[in-house]
Ligand binder design. Structure first.
Ligand code: CP
Length: 313
């Protein structure tokens, strides 16, 4: 694996998942990363991604350096050929080249601005690092994808499923702020690769990018979609068509006990952080059906499996 920027960078998904499961049971490679350094650059906040990836690297014997770019680093210019007379003091060409001398893997988190769809879809930050760094790039959540989260989600479903081909439903839920499409995009792409019966449900107007959803069934009646689900992944995202807009903020789609009762006693997933009693009700998050903490624990082992692949490259 040269980089882990998109799910398409995975060469053998079953093997990667099996390795992550094995690493969870037993840390078989504590020396693989000895003498190597992971540099993590955060343009946005994080709890799980930051700490689970740092833990994963340390479990492999790596050194870790973390920088909150917006507060600690020079503002980076990603456009080519510009006269740099704005507040941006360093070009990605020098920045990525210099970091490649200090780090053996560069990991980057850079959210979308949710103002200009084409600009966000261009993934300027992630692609800038890919182009100008000479070491592997690890996506810690970009404008359009969160592949480490999706690998974690696949691992969680694989571990907890009780039937060979479970029914998995991705349901939109409300949120007061405009959230990106990265997590649902990557979850959809991952479910399309897995042997699951997968459905998406959301209100009209919240269609994800059709290049991502492809022929995955989309049902606008949440109750109907949830029927007999074995896993429910609850997530908010802003409108893609009316790019970045919050079209509704009522609680009709909040995932509560009444919604859970339509399912096959489903395991309830969320990437976290989650706003209680807006996205998911207390009564669900505090029930045995919620696997969000288990899911967050799996972040470490998914990251460890990916770092192993990048180190072995
Ligand atoms: N799920 C996730 O990426 O969590 P953080 O934003 O806290 O890293």
């Amino acid at each position: 694996m040269k980089n882990y920027i998109n799910l398409s960078d995975i060469e053998d998904l079953p093997e990667l998942l099996e390795d992550a499961l094995k690493l969870k049971e037993h840390n078989s490679d504590p020396e693989l990363g000895k003498g190597k350094t992971l540099g993590m650059l955060f343009f946005n906040p994080s709890l799980r991604t930051r700490l689970s990836t740092e833990k994963a690297a340390k479990l492999l014997g790596m050194e870790v350096m973390v920088m909150n770019v917006n507060s600690d680093g020079w503002a980076l210019e990603f456009e080519d050929g510009v006269v740099m007379d704005s507040n941006k003091a360093e070009h990605i060409k020098e920045g990525a080249a210099v970091l490649s001398q200090y780090c053996d893997i560069i990991a980057v988190r850079a959210f979308p601005e949710l103002k200009d769809k084409d600009k966000d879809n261009a993934e300027m930050v992630m692609n800038g690092f890919k182009e100008y760094a000479s070491v592997p790039i690890l996506n810690l959540e970009s404008a359009t994808g969160h592949p480490l989260q999706a690998l974690t989600d696949a691992l969680t479903i694989l571990e907890l499923k009780q039937v060979k081909r479970p029914k998995v439903v991705l349901t939109w839920a409300p949120h007061p702020r405009a959230l990106p499409h990265a997590v649902p995009n990557s979850f959809v792409e991952m479910m399309q690769k897995m042997d699951v019966d997968f459905t998406i449900t959301h209100p009209v107007g919240y269609e994800l990018n059709s290049d991502v959803t492809k022929d995955t069934p989309i049902i606008h009646d949440q109750e109907e979609a949830l029927k007999d689900a074995d896993f429910v992944y609850v997530k908010n995202w802003s409108s893609y068509e009316h790019y970045g807009d919050v079209l509704r903020a009522d609680n009709a789609w909040t995932f509560n006990l009444e919604k859970l009762q339509h399912t096959n006693n489903a395991r309830v997933m969320h990437c976290l952080p989650v706003r209680r009693n807006i996205v998911i009700a207390d009564e669900v998050l505090d029930s045995d059906n919620s696997v969000v903490i288990h899911q967050a624990n799996n972040r470490t082992f998914a990251a460890q499996a990916v770092l192993k692949k990048l180190l072995k490259n």
